[in-house]
Design a protein around this ligand. Sequence first.
Ligand SMILES: O=P(O)(O)OC[C@H]1O[C@](O)(CO)[C@@H](O)[C@@H]1O
Length: 530
Amino acid sequence: MKNTDYWKRYKKYLYVSETLGLMIDISRMKFTDAYMKKMEPLVQKAFDDMQKLESGAIANPDEGRMVGHYWLRNAALAPDKAITSEIEDTLSAIKEFSHAVHTGKIVSENGATFKNVLVIGIGGSALGPQFAASAIGTPNDPMTVYFFDNTDPDGMDFVLGQINQTLGQTLSLVISKSGSTLETRNGMLEAKRAYESMGLNFAKHAVAVTGKDSKLDKIATTEGWLKRFPMWDWVGGRTSETSAVGLLPAALQGLDIDSILKGARQCDEATRTRNPMENPSAILALMWHYATKGKGTKDMVILPYKDRLSLFTKYLQQLIMESLGKEKDLDGNIVHQGISVYGNKGSTDQHAYIQQLRDGVNNFFVTFVEVLKDREGESMFVEGDFTTGDYLSAFALGTRSALTGSDRESMTITIEKIDAFSLGILIALYERAVGFYASLININAYHQPGVEAGKKAAGSVVTLQHAVLNHLKCNKGKAFSADETAAAIEAVDDAELVFKILLRASHNAERKIIIKNGKHITSSRFQYTG
Ligand SMILES: O=P(O)(O)OC[C@H]1O[C@](O)(CO)[C@@H](O)[C@@H]1O
C-alpha cells in the first residue's frame, strides 16, 4: 500500500474524541470493512453483555459475583442504594483521611507528620497504584510512595534502606482484597518487624484496605490500626484502581483523584455507545480480535513513547492476561484463550527488542501510545530547531513506518498529555476493552482459577520444606543427601524438590545448614549445625 492510501485509511478510520483528548488510529491494521460487518452481531452481543454487567448481573458466574468497577466512578449507576452509599462514603473517607494526614491531624506514634507511604500489596493491589504513582507523581508531592510488592527479603530490605530513618514518619497501607495473600502477609510482617526494631508500634502507622471480615480485616481490628477501608467482592483486583486500592495511595501521594475518576467516568460514557467505530474500547477489542483471530495467535506489544507510561504495560499485563488467559469458555469448552502482553517504552525499546519486531518472527501487533504535549514549559533545541521531544516523536513515527514497511501491524493511541484525567481515561479504556473482548470470545474475564494451582503447589512446598528441615534438625550432626532425606521423610517422588530446598537452606544463615559438596552438586550432603 502506498503512503497516500494509508493516509486515506487514516482519515477514514481515525477515532477522535475532543472531550477525552483521545485519538485511536487503526489504519496500519489490515482489517477490511467485510471483517467489521461480520463482527457486528458479536459486537452488539458484547454491548448487551456489558449493559447487563453494568446493571448488576452476575457477570462472574463461577464466583457468583457482580462486576461493578464502572460504578466506582459513577456511584449512581450501582444497582442498589446501599452500594451507592458505600462507594460515596468510602470516597469521602479517603479524602478526609488523606487531608487529616497531610494537615497533621493524624500523626505518627511519636507525633511527627507522616511523609512517606509504604504500600504493601501485590498484583491488582499494587500494579495500579504503582502505575499511577509513576505516571503523575511529582517531586513536590506531599508524600513519597514506596512499595513492597513481593515476598523477596532483599527487595524489602532495599525499600526499607531507602526509607531508612524516616520509617517513623511512614504510613503503611496493607492492601489485599482477600486479606489472605501470603506475599502481602509476609510484607506486613517484615514491615512490622522493621517498625518494632525502631521501638515503634506498627498498628499506630498502619492502614488496611481489604474485604470485610477478611484475615487482614480481623488483624487490623484486633490490633487497632489507624483506619480500615473497604474492598468489595464486586470489584476485581485488576480493575480496582478506582476503588480505595488505587485512590487511597493516590490521594495520600497528593494526586488529583477527582480528575482520575472524572477521566474514567467520561471514558465510560464514551464507551457505552453502540456504534463500534465510535466506541474506543470496542475499537481496541475488535483490533485484538482481528489481529489474533480471536485466539491469541499474536502477542500485544504496548509501546508508549513516554517514560511516565513505562509501567502501563506492566499494569496491562495483569489486566489483560489474568482476565483473558482462560482454559475454558463460558460453555465449558477447552479453549486456552489469552493474549500475551509485553513492552516497556519507546524509544528505549528501539535499542532492545525492536530489531526482532522489524525483521524477526511476525507474531505480534504493536500498540503505540503517543503523548502530544512533551513537558511543562518550553523545550530547548538540541540540534538545529529540534527538541528532545521532537526526536522522541520522530523515533515513534519512524518505528511505526519501519514496521508497516515490513508488514507488521500496529495501531496508535494518542493522548494530549499525561495528567490525572488522561490516566483515568487509559484505565477505563482498557478495562472495557477487556470486557468487550471477553464477550467476543465467550469467556469469563473476571475470575482467575489458574492462579490457584500455583498457590496450592506453593503450599505443598512449604509443607515439604518443614519435613525436610525437621529431619535434619532431629538428626543434628549427621549429613544427608537429597535422596537420603527424601527417602527418610517418605517423599522419594519429590527428591528434586528436596534437593532444591536443601540447597537454598544451605545459603541462608537462619537455617544453620551446611553443604558438603559431593561429586556432583546433586549428591552433596547437608547437615544441620544449630
Ligand atoms: O488483593 P489480593 O486479594 O491480595 O490479591 C492480589 C492479587 O492476587 C490475585 O488474586 C492473583 O493471585 C490477583 O487477582 C490479585 O490482584
